[in-house]
Ligand binder design. Structure first.
Ligand SMILES: Cc1cc2nc3c(=O)[nH]c(=O)nc-3n(C[C@H](O)[C@H](O)[C@H](O)COP(=O)(O)OP(=O)(O)OC[C@H]3O[C@@H](n4cnc5c(N)ncnc54)[C@H](O)[C@@H]3O)c2cc1C
Length: 407
Protein backbone atom coordinates (compact mmCIF):
# COMPACT_ATOMS: atom_id res chain seq x y z
CA UNK A 1 0.00 0.00 0.00
CA UNK A 2 1.28 3.49 -0.91
CA UNK A 3 0.03 6.72 0.60
CA UNK A 4 -0.69 8.15 -2.83
CA UNK A 5 -1.21 6.56 -6.24
CA UNK A 6 -0.84 8.81 -9.28
CA UNK A 7 -2.40 7.61 -12.52
CA UNK A 8 -0.76 8.96 -15.67
CA UNK A 9 2.86 10.04 -16.22
CA UNK A 10 2.12 13.03 -18.42
CA UNK A 11 3.31 16.45 -17.29
CA UNK A 12 0.55 16.66 -14.65
CA UNK A 13 1.36 13.30 -13.05
CA UNK A 14 5.12 13.83 -13.28
CA UNK A 15 4.98 17.28 -11.68
CA UNK A 16 2.88 15.90 -8.83
CA UNK A 17 5.38 13.08 -8.36
CA UNK A 18 8.42 15.38 -8.47
CA UNK A 19 7.00 17.53 -5.71
CA UNK A 20 6.00 14.58 -3.55
CA UNK A 21 9.43 13.03 -4.06
CA UNK A 22 11.11 16.26 -2.96
CA UNK A 23 9.08 16.16 0.26
CA UNK A 24 9.85 12.49 0.92
CA UNK A 25 6.24 11.37 0.43
CA UNK A 26 5.35 7.79 -0.37
CA UNK A 27 3.69 7.36 -3.78
CA UNK A 28 3.44 5.16 -6.85
CA UNK A 29 3.08 6.56 -10.38
CA UNK A 30 1.21 4.27 -12.79
CA UNK A 31 1.55 4.84 -16.54
CA UNK A 32 -0.29 2.97 -19.28
CA UNK A 33 2.39 3.28 -21.97
CA UNK A 34 6.03 2.27 -22.10
CA UNK A 35 7.41 5.75 -21.42
CA UNK A 36 6.63 8.92 -19.52
CA UNK A 37 5.55 12.21 -21.11
CA UNK A 38 1.93 11.69 -22.19
CA UNK A 39 1.23 14.12 -25.03
CA UNK A 40 4.73 15.56 -24.79
CA UNK A 41 6.70 13.05 -26.87
CA UNK A 42 9.44 13.10 -29.48
CA UNK A 43 10.25 10.31 -31.95
CA UNK A 44 13.63 10.04 -33.62
CA UNK A 45 13.23 9.11 -37.30
CA UNK A 46 16.26 8.96 -39.63
CA UNK A 47 18.10 11.33 -37.29
CA UNK A 48 15.27 13.92 -37.26
CA UNK A 49 13.51 14.86 -33.99
CA UNK A 50 9.77 14.62 -34.54
CA UNK A 51 7.68 16.07 -31.74
CA UNK A 52 4.21 14.59 -31.73
CA UNK A 53 2.49 17.75 -32.85
CA UNK A 54 4.00 21.22 -33.05
CA UNK A 55 4.69 22.10 -29.41
CA UNK A 56 6.76 24.78 -27.75
CA UNK A 57 7.79 25.75 -24.24
CA UNK A 58 6.88 29.30 -23.28
CA UNK A 59 9.78 30.51 -21.17
CA UNK A 60 7.52 32.98 -19.32
CA UNK A 61 5.33 30.20 -17.90
CA UNK A 62 5.58 30.92 -14.15
CA UNK A 63 5.13 27.26 -13.20
CA UNK A 64 7.66 26.01 -15.74
CA UNK A 65 10.22 28.44 -14.38
CA UNK A 66 9.83 26.74 -10.99
CA UNK A 67 9.66 23.15 -12.23
CA UNK A 68 12.25 23.03 -15.01
CA UNK A 69 15.95 23.66 -15.37
CA UNK A 70 15.93 25.71 -18.57
CA UNK A 71 19.73 25.68 -18.91
CA UNK A 72 19.84 21.90 -18.89
CA UNK A 73 17.22 21.81 -21.67
CA UNK A 74 19.54 23.91 -23.88
CA UNK A 75 16.60 25.90 -25.20
CA UNK A 76 16.68 27.78 -28.49
CA UNK A 77 14.14 30.52 -29.01
CA UNK A 78 11.82 31.41 -31.87
CA UNK A 79 12.08 34.95 -33.11
CA UNK A 80 9.12 36.78 -31.62
CA UNK A 81 6.57 37.51 -34.33
CA UNK A 82 5.88 35.54 -37.47
CA UNK A 83 6.04 35.47 -41.21
CA UNK A 84 2.57 35.67 -42.70
CA UNK A 85 1.78 34.14 -46.04
CA UNK A 86 -0.83 36.55 -47.34
CA UNK A 87 -2.10 37.04 -50.88
CA UNK A 88 0.82 35.18 -52.53
CA UNK A 89 3.40 37.09 -50.56
CA UNK A 90 5.30 36.75 -47.28
CA UNK A 91 5.11 39.56 -44.72
CA UNK A 92 7.46 39.51 -41.76
CA UNK A 93 6.05 40.92 -38.56
CA UNK A 94 8.75 41.27 -36.00
CA UNK A 95 7.86 41.29 -32.34
CA UNK A 96 4.17 42.30 -32.37
CA UNK A 97 3.78 41.41 -28.69
CA UNK A 98 6.87 43.03 -27.20
CA UNK A 99 7.25 45.87 -29.67
CA UNK A 100 3.84 46.49 -31.27
CA UNK A 101 5.29 49.30 -33.40
CA UNK A 102 7.00 46.55 -35.40
CA UNK A 103 3.55 45.72 -36.74
CA UNK A 104 3.74 48.73 -38.98
CA UNK A 105 7.34 48.37 -40.00
CA UNK A 106 6.27 48.65 -43.55
CA UNK A 107 4.11 51.73 -43.92
CA UNK A 108 1.43 49.90 -45.85
CA UNK A 109 1.49 46.72 -43.81
CA UNK A 110 -1.13 44.44 -45.36
CA UNK A 111 -1.97 42.83 -42.06
CA UNK A 112 -2.46 45.66 -39.54
CA UNK A 113 -3.82 49.18 -39.26
CA UNK A 114 -2.30 52.04 -37.23
CA UNK A 115 -5.07 51.58 -34.70
CA UNK A 116 -4.09 47.88 -34.28
CA UNK A 117 -0.67 49.01 -33.17
CA UNK A 118 -2.18 51.19 -30.42
CA UNK A 119 -4.50 48.36 -29.37
CA UNK A 120 -1.58 45.93 -29.12
CA UNK A 121 0.28 48.42 -26.95
CA UNK A 122 -2.59 49.13 -24.58
CA UNK A 123 -3.48 45.44 -24.26
CA UNK A 124 0.12 44.60 -23.55
CA UNK A 125 0.25 47.23 -20.79
CA UNK A 126 -3.06 46.10 -19.33
CA UNK A 127 -1.99 42.46 -19.17
CA UNK A 128 1.44 43.30 -17.83
CA UNK A 129 -0.14 44.77 -14.73
CA UNK A 130 -2.16 41.60 -14.04
CA UNK A 131 -1.07 38.28 -12.60
CA UNK A 132 -1.83 35.02 -14.39
CA UNK A 133 -4.39 34.21 -11.69
CA UNK A 134 -6.16 37.53 -12.21
CA UNK A 135 -6.27 36.95 -15.97
CA UNK A 136 -7.70 33.46 -15.55
CA UNK A 137 -10.48 34.85 -13.40
CA UNK A 138 -11.44 37.82 -15.58
CA UNK A 139 -14.82 38.21 -17.24
CA UNK A 140 -14.94 35.73 -20.07
CA UNK A 141 -16.13 35.65 -23.63
CA UNK A 142 -14.82 34.05 -26.82
CA UNK A 143 -11.40 35.19 -28.01
CA UNK A 144 -12.95 36.42 -31.27
CA UNK A 145 -15.50 38.60 -29.49
CA UNK A 146 -12.80 39.91 -27.17
CA UNK A 147 -10.61 40.94 -30.12
CA UNK A 148 -13.54 42.62 -31.90
CA UNK A 149 -14.77 44.36 -28.79
CA UNK A 150 -11.24 45.57 -28.09
CA UNK A 151 -11.31 47.24 -31.50
CA UNK A 152 -8.81 45.18 -33.49
CA UNK A 153 -9.40 45.41 -37.25
CA UNK A 154 -10.81 42.49 -39.22
CA UNK A 155 -7.59 42.58 -41.18
CA UNK A 156 -5.34 41.72 -38.24
CA UNK A 157 -7.87 39.29 -36.81
CA UNK A 158 -8.09 37.33 -40.06
CA UNK A 159 -4.52 37.42 -41.22
CA UNK A 160 -2.63 37.27 -37.93
CA UNK A 161 -4.69 36.37 -34.87
CA UNK A 162 -6.68 33.60 -36.54
CA UNK A 163 -3.72 31.51 -37.76
CA UNK A 164 -1.54 32.44 -34.78
CA UNK A 165 -4.10 31.58 -32.12
CA UNK A 166 -5.55 28.81 -34.30
CA UNK A 167 -2.20 27.02 -34.02
CA UNK A 168 -2.30 27.34 -30.23
CA UNK A 169 -5.99 26.71 -29.55
CA UNK A 170 -6.19 24.15 -32.37
CA UNK A 171 -9.35 25.79 -33.67
CA UNK A 172 -9.63 28.73 -36.07
CA UNK A 173 -13.04 30.14 -35.11
CA UNK A 174 -11.43 31.55 -31.96
CA UNK A 175 -14.27 30.26 -29.79
CA UNK A 176 -11.70 29.52 -27.09
CA UNK A 177 -12.04 31.53 -23.91
CA UNK A 178 -10.74 35.09 -23.90
CA UNK A 179 -8.99 34.21 -20.64
CA UNK A 180 -6.82 31.80 -22.57
CA UNK A 181 -6.16 34.46 -25.21
CA UNK A 182 -5.08 37.02 -22.59
CA UNK A 183 -2.87 34.43 -20.89
CA UNK A 184 -1.21 33.54 -24.21
CA UNK A 185 -0.77 37.21 -25.11
CA UNK A 186 0.90 37.91 -21.76
CA UNK A 187 3.22 34.92 -22.14
CA UNK A 188 4.29 35.99 -25.64
CA UNK A 189 4.91 39.57 -24.55
CA UNK A 190 6.94 38.55 -21.50
CA UNK A 191 8.91 35.55 -22.76
CA UNK A 192 9.85 33.42 -25.73
CA UNK A 193 8.62 30.28 -27.41
CA UNK A 194 11.48 27.79 -27.27
CA UNK A 195 12.50 24.24 -28.15
CA UNK A 196 14.79 21.98 -26.11
CA UNK A 197 17.88 20.54 -27.86
CA UNK A 198 16.63 16.97 -27.47
CA UNK A 199 13.07 17.61 -28.58
CA UNK A 200 10.01 18.51 -26.53
CA UNK A 201 10.17 15.13 -24.73
CA UNK A 202 13.27 16.39 -22.93
CA UNK A 203 10.80 18.19 -20.63
CA UNK A 204 9.12 15.06 -19.18
CA UNK A 205 12.47 13.25 -19.19
CA UNK A 206 13.97 15.99 -17.04
CA UNK A 207 11.04 15.74 -14.64
CA UNK A 208 11.26 11.93 -14.49
CA UNK A 209 14.98 12.13 -13.66
CA UNK A 210 14.00 13.69 -10.32
CA UNK A 211 11.86 10.69 -9.34
CA UNK A 212 13.09 7.38 -7.91
CA UNK A 213 12.56 5.00 -10.90
CA UNK A 214 11.17 2.29 -8.61
CA UNK A 215 8.20 4.60 -7.96
CA UNK A 216 7.24 4.72 -11.66
CA UNK A 217 5.42 1.68 -13.03
CA UNK A 218 5.14 1.70 -16.83
CA UNK A 219 2.88 -0.51 -19.00
CA UNK A 220 0.25 -0.33 -16.25
CA UNK A 221 -3.16 0.64 -17.58
CA UNK A 222 -5.73 1.39 -14.93
CA UNK A 223 -9.05 -0.33 -15.58
CA UNK A 224 -11.07 0.77 -12.60
CA UNK A 225 -11.02 2.63 -9.30
CA UNK A 226 -13.14 1.91 -6.28
CA UNK A 227 -12.65 4.04 -3.22
CA UNK A 228 -9.03 3.27 -2.20
CA UNK A 229 -8.37 0.55 -4.74
CA UNK A 230 -6.90 0.81 -8.22
CA UNK A 231 -7.17 -2.21 -10.54
CA UNK A 232 -5.03 -2.58 -13.64
CA UNK A 233 -6.09 -4.24 -16.86
CA UNK A 234 -3.83 -7.19 -16.02
CA UNK A 235 -5.70 -7.69 -12.74
CA UNK A 236 -3.03 -6.27 -10.42
CA UNK A 237 -4.45 -4.24 -7.55
CA UNK A 238 -3.02 -1.35 -5.54
CA UNK A 239 -4.47 0.48 -2.58
CA UNK A 240 -3.75 3.98 -1.33
CA UNK A 241 -5.24 6.57 0.93
CA UNK A 242 -5.26 9.09 -1.91
CA UNK A 243 -5.56 8.53 -5.65
CA UNK A 244 -4.55 11.24 -8.11
CA UNK A 245 -6.05 10.85 -11.58
CA UNK A 246 -3.65 12.76 -13.83
CA UNK A 247 -5.26 11.65 -17.08
CA UNK A 248 -8.72 11.73 -18.62
CA UNK A 249 -10.79 9.69 -16.14
CA UNK A 250 -13.64 9.02 -18.56
CA UNK A 251 -11.90 5.91 -19.95
CA UNK A 252 -12.21 4.06 -16.64
CA UNK A 253 -14.89 5.94 -14.66
CA UNK A 254 -18.37 5.53 -16.09
CA UNK A 255 -20.04 8.43 -14.28
CA UNK A 256 -17.58 11.02 -15.60
CA UNK A 257 -18.71 13.06 -18.61
CA UNK A 258 -16.59 12.59 -21.75
CA UNK A 259 -14.18 15.43 -22.40
CA UNK A 260 -14.47 17.02 -25.84
CA UNK A 261 -11.14 17.57 -27.53
CA UNK A 262 -9.64 19.55 -30.38
CA UNK A 263 -7.50 17.62 -32.80
CA UNK A 264 -4.56 18.47 -34.98
CA UNK A 265 -2.75 16.77 -37.83
CA UNK A 266 0.99 17.28 -37.94
CA UNK A 267 3.07 16.46 -41.01
CA UNK A 268 6.84 16.38 -41.32
CA UNK A 269 8.79 16.95 -44.54
CA UNK A 270 12.53 17.05 -45.10
CA UNK A 271 14.39 19.42 -47.41
CA UNK A 272 17.95 19.93 -48.57
CA UNK A 273 17.44 23.71 -48.62
CA UNK A 274 15.38 25.82 -46.20
CA UNK A 275 13.04 28.24 -47.95
CA UNK A 276 13.24 30.53 -44.90
CA UNK A 277 16.52 30.90 -43.08
CA UNK A 278 15.19 32.71 -40.03
CA UNK A 279 13.81 31.30 -36.76
CA UNK A 280 10.21 32.29 -37.51
CA UNK A 281 6.88 30.56 -37.48
CA UNK A 282 5.10 30.89 -40.85
CA UNK A 283 1.34 31.46 -40.69
CA UNK A 284 -1.37 31.06 -43.28
CA UNK A 285 -2.99 34.50 -43.35
CA UNK A 286 -5.15 33.70 -46.37
CA UNK A 287 -7.96 31.91 -44.58
CA UNK A 288 -8.50 28.77 -46.68
CA UNK A 289 -6.41 25.69 -47.28
CA UNK A 290 -5.11 22.90 -45.12
CA UNK A 291 -1.94 24.43 -43.69
CA UNK A 292 -2.39 26.63 -40.63
CA UNK A 293 1.25 27.04 -39.69
CA UNK A 294 4.58 25.78 -40.88
CA UNK A 295 8.09 25.98 -39.50
CA UNK A 296 11.62 24.98 -40.49
CA UNK A 297 12.37 23.53 -37.07
CA UNK A 298 16.14 23.30 -37.49
CA UNK A 299 16.22 27.07 -38.08
CA UNK A 300 15.14 27.36 -34.45
CA UNK A 301 16.94 24.37 -32.92
CA UNK A 302 19.63 22.90 -35.22
CA UNK A 303 19.52 19.52 -33.45
CA UNK A 304 16.10 18.77 -34.94
CA UNK A 305 17.71 17.72 -38.25
CA UNK A 306 20.97 16.00 -39.17
CA UNK A 307 23.64 18.41 -40.39
CA UNK A 308 22.92 19.82 -43.83
CA UNK A 309 19.24 18.81 -43.75
CA UNK A 310 16.07 20.71 -42.92
CA UNK A 311 12.95 19.59 -41.09
CA UNK A 312 9.59 21.17 -41.91
CA UNK A 313 6.70 20.80 -39.47
CA UNK A 314 3.24 21.55 -40.85
CA UNK A 315 0.12 21.85 -38.69
CA UNK A 316 -3.32 21.19 -40.13
CA UNK A 317 -6.01 22.08 -37.62
CA UNK A 318 -8.45 19.25 -36.91
CA UNK A 319 -8.54 15.74 -38.27
CA UNK A 320 -9.64 16.18 -41.89
CA UNK A 321 -11.94 13.53 -43.29
CA UNK A 322 -9.36 12.72 -45.97
CA UNK A 323 -6.98 9.82 -46.53
CA UNK A 324 -3.37 10.26 -45.46
CA UNK A 325 -2.32 10.52 -49.11
CA UNK A 326 -4.95 13.19 -49.79
CA UNK A 327 -3.65 15.26 -46.88
CA UNK A 328 -0.01 14.82 -47.96
CA UNK A 329 -0.89 15.79 -51.57
CA UNK A 330 -3.01 18.78 -50.45
CA UNK A 331 -0.30 20.10 -48.14
CA UNK A 332 2.41 19.57 -50.79
CA UNK A 333 0.35 21.51 -53.33
CA UNK A 334 -0.11 24.39 -50.89
CA UNK A 335 3.61 24.45 -50.07
CA UNK A 336 4.31 24.65 -53.81
CA UNK A 337 1.92 27.62 -54.07
CA UNK A 338 3.65 29.32 -51.16
CA UNK A 339 7.30 28.58 -51.92
CA UNK A 340 7.40 27.73 -55.63
CA UNK A 341 8.93 24.73 -57.41
CA UNK A 342 11.60 24.22 -54.68
CA UNK A 343 8.85 22.60 -52.60
CA UNK A 344 8.59 19.81 -55.22
CA UNK A 345 11.87 18.54 -53.83
CA UNK A 346 10.69 18.28 -50.23
CA UNK A 347 10.12 14.73 -49.03
CA UNK A 348 7.28 13.60 -46.83
CA UNK A 349 8.58 11.91 -43.66
CA UNK A 350 5.74 11.25 -41.21
CA UNK A 351 2.25 12.28 -40.21
CA UNK A 352 0.59 12.32 -36.79
CA UNK A 353 -3.16 12.60 -36.38
CA UNK A 354 -3.55 13.70 -32.77
CA UNK A 355 -7.22 13.34 -31.96
CA UNK A 356 -7.27 14.18 -28.25
CA UNK A 357 -4.95 17.17 -28.25
CA UNK A 358 -6.42 19.95 -26.18
CA UNK A 359 -9.74 20.02 -24.37
CA UNK A 360 -12.29 22.32 -25.99
CA UNK A 361 -11.71 25.45 -23.98
CA UNK A 362 -14.90 27.18 -25.03
CA UNK A 363 -16.53 26.94 -21.67
CA UNK A 364 -15.76 28.73 -18.48
CA UNK A 365 -13.76 27.61 -15.60
CA UNK A 366 -10.03 27.43 -16.09
CA UNK A 367 -9.53 24.90 -13.35
CA UNK A 368 -12.00 22.04 -13.13
CA UNK A 369 -9.78 19.87 -10.96
CA UNK A 370 -11.66 18.02 -8.26
CA UNK A 371 -10.99 16.38 -4.92
CA UNK A 372 -13.57 14.08 -3.37
CA UNK A 373 -13.25 11.15 -0.97
CA UNK A 374 -9.52 10.79 -1.52
CA UNK A 375 -9.83 10.86 -5.33
CA UNK A 376 -8.27 13.90 -6.97
CA UNK A 377 -8.56 14.70 -10.66
CA UNK A 378 -6.10 17.02 -12.38
CA UNK A 379 -4.58 17.31 -15.86
CA UNK A 380 -5.44 18.57 -19.29
CA UNK A 381 -9.03 17.26 -19.26
CA UNK A 382 -9.77 19.51 -16.28
CA UNK A 383 -7.84 22.61 -17.31
CA UNK A 384 -6.99 24.90 -20.18
CA UNK A 385 -4.58 22.25 -21.39
CA UNK A 386 -1.25 24.01 -21.34
CA UNK A 387 1.95 22.90 -19.67
CA UNK A 388 1.59 25.80 -17.24
CA UNK A 389 -1.99 24.90 -16.35
CA UNK A 390 -1.29 21.25 -15.52
CA UNK A 391 1.90 22.17 -13.65
CA UNK A 392 -0.13 24.63 -11.61
CA UNK A 393 -2.73 22.01 -10.72
CA UNK A 394 0.02 19.56 -9.76
CA UNK A 395 1.64 22.12 -7.48
CA UNK A 396 -1.61 23.06 -5.78
CA UNK A 397 -2.51 19.42 -5.14
CA UNK A 398 0.92 18.27 -3.96
CA UNK A 399 1.14 21.21 -1.58
CA UNK A 400 -2.09 19.98 0.02
CA UNK A 401 -0.54 16.54 0.49
CA UNK A 402 2.61 18.07 1.90
CA UNK A 403 0.76 20.36 4.30
CA UNK A 404 -1.37 17.45 5.40
CA UNK A 405 -4.71 18.94 4.39
CA UNK A 406 -5.29 16.04 1.97
CA UNK A 407 -3.31 13.35 3.73
C1 LIG B 1 -0.15 18.82 -30.48
C2 LIG B 1 -0.13 19.50 -29.15
C3 LIG B 1 0.51 20.71 -29.03
C4 LIG B 1 0.57 21.34 -27.80
N1 LIG B 1 1.27 22.47 -27.69
C5 LIG B 1 1.44 23.03 -26.49
C6 LIG B 1 2.28 24.16 -26.34
O1 LIG B 1 2.88 24.61 -27.31
N2 LIG B 1 2.39 24.72 -25.10
C7 LIG B 1 1.73 24.22 -24.03
O2 LIG B 1 1.86 24.77 -22.94
N3 LIG B 1 0.94 23.14 -24.13
C8 LIG B 1 0.78 22.53 -25.33
N4 LIG B 1 0.00 21.43 -25.45
C9 LIG B 1 -0.76 20.98 -24.28
C10 LIG B 1 0.06 20.19 -23.27
O3 LIG B 1 1.01 19.38 -23.91
C11 LIG B 1 -0.89 19.33 -22.45
O4 LIG B 1 -1.89 20.14 -21.90
C12 LIG B 1 -0.20 18.61 -21.30
O5 LIG B 1 0.94 17.94 -21.76
C13 LIG B 1 -1.18 17.63 -20.69
O6 LIG B 1 -0.54 16.90 -19.68
P1 LIG B 1 -1.37 15.87 -18.80
O7 LIG B 1 -0.40 15.27 -17.86
O8 LIG B 1 -2.56 16.52 -18.22
O9 LIG B 1 -1.99 14.79 -19.81
P2 LIG B 1 -1.35 13.75 -20.80
O10 LIG B 1 -0.15 14.28 -21.45
O11 LIG B 1 -2.48 13.30 -21.66
O12 LIG B 1 -0.88 12.54 -19.88
C14 LIG B 1 -1.75 11.58 -19.37
C15 LIG B 1 -0.97 10.30 -19.15
O13 LIG B 1 -1.84 9.36 -18.56
C16 LIG B 1 -1.66 8.11 -19.17
N5 LIG B 1 -2.91 7.36 -19.03
C17 LIG B 1 -4.09 7.58 -19.67
N6 LIG B 1 -5.00 6.67 -19.28
C18 LIG B 1 -4.38 5.87 -18.39
C19 LIG B 1 -4.81 4.74 -17.65
N7 LIG B 1 -6.05 4.25 -17.75
N8 LIG B 1 -3.92 4.13 -16.81
C20 LIG B 1 -2.65 4.63 -16.69
N9 LIG B 1 -2.21 5.69 -17.36
C21 LIG B 1 -3.06 6.31 -18.21
C22 LIG B 1 -1.33 8.45 -20.62
O14 LIG B 1 -0.67 7.38 -21.26
C23 LIG B 1 -0.47 9.67 -20.44
O15 LIG B 1 0.90 9.34 -20.32
C24 LIG B 1 -0.07 20.76 -26.67
C25 LIG B 1 -0.71 19.53 -26.79
C26 LIG B 1 -0.73 18.91 -28.02
C27 LIG B 1 -1.36 17.55 -28.12
Amino acid sequence: MSDIIIIGAGIGGLCTAVQLEAEGKDFLLLEATDRVGGLVKTDVVDGFLLDRGFQVLQTAYPEAQEMLDYDALHLKKFKSGAVIQYKNDFTEIADPFRDPSALLQSLFSPIATPSDKIKMLTLKQRLKSKTVDEILNEKETTSLKFLKDYGFSNRIIESFFTPFLGGIFLERKLKTSSRMFCFVFKMFSEGDAALPANGIEAIPRQLASKIDPSKIKLNSTVKSITKNKVTLENGEEFTAENIVIACDPSSFMKDVPKTKYQSVTNLYFTAEEAALKKPYLILNGNGGGLINNLVFLNQIQATYAPEGKNLISVSVIGNPNLSDQQIIDGVTEEMQDWFGPVANLWKFLKMYRIKNSLPENYALNANRSQSENGIHTIGASTSFGSLNAVMHQARMLSSKFVSGTEA
